[in-house]
Design a protein around this ligand. Structure first.
Ligand code: IMP
Length: 445
């Protein structure tokens, strides 16, 4: 396997990102590495994310709070995140009800998702027709649109009645033409009611609101270990993902710098997470998709149903041609590979290594997503491995890498060799114990 980062160095700032379409298992990986971190920071996306962490028999789903929440670390939601206060408070309350204390800081510069953003999300999806992304309808696109058009409302605006009233009035005027198409618009959108409700959220949020860029930079300056937790995956990135079928934020590692306010020179390491196969929720082309009983089996066994929407995920073979593109965009120092157990019992197991278009292998992942429809995946075949019971996988995880079935080791070695990136973590089940850590990411810990 290619060599990784040098042992013994210090790695105080590490970004964890998804190398596929999201749902790679980042929640579990972040929860695992967060035990060594002092601070866990979200930098993009919003409640469209759904990170699942299984601990001590309990299953926790996070949409806005970082997955490191269960490790009781300093949590930060950076300026690049779009925050739906309703969902944020649901999550805070649910953790507090379970006796898990929250130590949270929220960026004063983050943008606010309002209920009408969700209405607009739905209306726009309908208007887009065959170009719709199959969004989570969490208002993500419309909130980022407002941000970049410079009439969005930021968290600090929730602290002043006069400003909130002024800005919301303008925003609603601008958005009115679309909102009118919603049948219950008059009943739902009352400026005064919205201002009162969101001022109340502002009041409750006040203790968390701060200049998080300052806080994170201060933590790094004092040698604290900071984990930046990405949401979604590279193939959903607004610039480099399969446009327009992705999300509205920069999901790649570079997004952590703009989404938190830390300079690229402050970042020490990047961990890329990928699943042993591919899944995709929503619309858009997906060359290695398996629209057959193998795809169905992977979905059932891998419990591939959306954390946010419950939608069945489309499943297919691992697409290393696409992941290699994600590796170029993220340049990870190491890989975390999840859900190897799910492929147990399949014979053979396949990996897509190239796309063929008009009879020729293409060199680069295409910008024009329509071309993807014509791309034929080229596969390498691998001998499958046994369909072991969860307890058997845990026992293997406990004993270490060398006790993995030899077919799994061959599969992993091919992935690492193809991508030219070493493997730092392997996951063979949802629980913390079903993890083989080959390399810690915070080396000074
Ligand atoms: P949006 O982010 O809700 O606007 O959805 C845009 C596209 O990204 C849709 O295809 C969604 O299914 C997909 N998407 C958004 N968030 C996630 C995620 O956390 N995991 C997987 N897919 C996601």
């Amino acid at each position: 396997m290619p060599t990784g980062m040098e042992e013994g160095g210090k790695m105080p700032a590490v970004i964890v990102v998804g190398l596929q379409f999201g749902d790679e298992g980042k929640g579990k990986v972040v929860d695992f590495y967060a035990s060594d971190a002092d601070m866990v920071v979200r930098f993009q996306g919003g409640a469209n994310a759904g990170h699942t962490v299984i601990v001590n028999g309990g299953t926790y789903k996070f949409h806005l709070l970082p997955s490191g929440s269960l490790q009781k670390k300093q949590l930060v939601i950076g300026n690049g995140v779009v925050i739906d206060p309703v969902i944020l408070f649901q999550e805070i309350k649910s953790l507090e009800a379970q006796g898990i204390p929250i130590n949270l800081r929220i960026s004063d510069r983050a943008h606010v998702v309002f209920p009408f953003h969700k209405e607009i999300d739905g209306i726009e999806e309908t208007l887009k027709g065959s170009w719709s992304a199959g969004t989570t309808r969490m208002g993500i696109g419309p909130t980022y649109s407002d941000k970049f058009a410079r009439f969005g409302i930021r968290i600090h605006d929730l602290l002043s009645k006069a400003i909130l009233m002024q800005k919301l009035e303008k925003l609603l005027t601008i958005r009115e033409s679309l909102l009118k198409e919603h049948p219950n618009c008059d009943e739902k959108i009352s400026l005064e009611k919205l201002v009162d409700t969101y001022l109340e959220y502002g009041r409750k949020l006040q203790k968390f609101i701060t200049d998080t860029s300052f806080k994170v930079n201060e933590a790094l300056a004092t040698k604290k270990k900071v984990l930046f937790e990405g949401a979604q995956g590279a193939l959903l990135d607004i610039d480099f993902g399969i446009y327009p079928f992705g999300t509205s934020s920069n999901t790649i590692a570079g997004g952590a710098c703009t989404g938190v306010g830390v300079a690229p020179t402050k970042i020490d390491g990047i961990l890329g997470v990928l699943k042993a196969y591919t899944s995709r929720v929503g619309t858009g082309y997906f060359p290695s998709e398996l629209k057959n009983n193998i795809g169905d089996r992977i979905r059932e066994k891998g419990n591939e149903f959306g954390t946010t929407t419950g939608r069945p995920r489309r499943c297919g073979w691992l697409d290393l041609f696409a992941v290699n593109y994600a590796v170029r965009l993220n340049a990870p120092n190491g890989l975390a590979i999840t859900k190897l157990d799910v492929l147990g019992g399949l014979e053979p197991v396949k990996i897509c290594t190239d796309y063929m278009l008009n009879g020729e292998n293409i060199e680069h992942f295409p910008a024009n997503s329509v071309l993807l429809k014509e791309c034929q995946p080229i596969y390498e075949e691998f001998e499958g491995w046994p369909d072991l019971k969860p307890e058997e996988w845990w026992a293997i995880a406990k004993q270490g890498y060398d006790t993995l079935p030899k077919q799994v080791i061959r599969y992993l070695e091919r992935i690492s060799e193809f991508l030219n990136v070493p493997i730092h973590l392997i996951s063979v089940g949802g629980v913390r114990g079903a993890t083989i850590c080959l390399k810690k990411i915070f080396f000074n810990s």
